[in-house]
Design a protein around this ligand. Structure first.
Ligand code: COA
Length: 181
């Protein structure tokens, strides 16, 4: 696995921070005038990728989007602001946190509407894994997120192993067609 030649081996969380604002139009909403969950996930994916690109400085692919909370609906005409940063870098993968706020354009009221954790993997133009720089957390919040990201990675690995085992057992019982995520 190669590292990015000419790039620093350690980056700060601040250097990965990214932000995007969108206005919610009729095409983004359901019949109730609320932002579609899938559209919000698309915005989250894009904003998360921005932080991952800033850390890796190479191509990145989304490996996982987990723990997404839709806390309250976003309405037609709201301004949605998404902020992201890398929580922790591993070997070729990075955990990115994305937080989303909605602003009512008439009242100016801002509310936290969603949060998500994602994993991006750095690859070259042929899809080969690339080593990413280390991440140096600096503030108390960054240190807390850095520690929590390791716990979440361990949880993901346990879940992956559990699902793999369930598939093997289902296949052994002749139940291979069963729907198992
Ligand atoms: C993500 C991907 C590159 C991983 O490739 P792989 O050959 O399975 O790689 P490995 O198993 O060696 O894992 C490589 C890294 O990815 C991480 N990873 C792989 N699958 C993961 C998952 N489902 N969740 C979280 N991390 C994952 C591993 O933990 C490892 O991290 P590390 O190098 O920091 O330790 C590959 O599965 C892929 O290309 N997936 C499709 C990506 C894509 O198209 N995304 C858009 C959504 S449609």
């Amino acid at each position: 696995m190669k590292s990015q030649e000419g790039h620093p081996m350690i980056r700060t969380v601040a250097s990965t921070q990214s932000e995007m604002t969108e206005i919610i139009l009729p095409n983004d909403t359901n019949m109730l005038g609320n932002l579609l969950g899938g559209r919000l996930m698309h915005f989250i994916d894009l904003t998360g990728a921005m932080a991952a690109y800033r850390h890796a400085r190479t191509h990145v692919v989304t490996a996982a989007m987990d723990h997404i909370d839709f806390i309250q609906p976003v309405r037609l005409g709201d301004l949605v602001t998404l902020k992201s940063s890398v929580n922790r870098a591993f070997t070729s993968s990075m955990e990115v946190g994305v937080k989303v706020w909605a602003e009512n354009t008439r009242t100016g009221a801002v509310s936290h509407v969603a949060s998500a954790y994602m994993v991006f993997v750095a690859v070259d133009e042929h899809g080969r894994l690339q080593k990413v720089p280390q991440l140096q957390p600096e503030t108390p919040d960054e240190i807390r997120r850095h520690e929590d990201a390791l716990l979440r990675r361990q949880h993901r690995e346990r879940e992956h192993a559990r699902r793999k085992q369930a598939k093997i057992e289902a296949a052994a019982l002749g139940n291979a067609g069963a729907i198992e995520p």
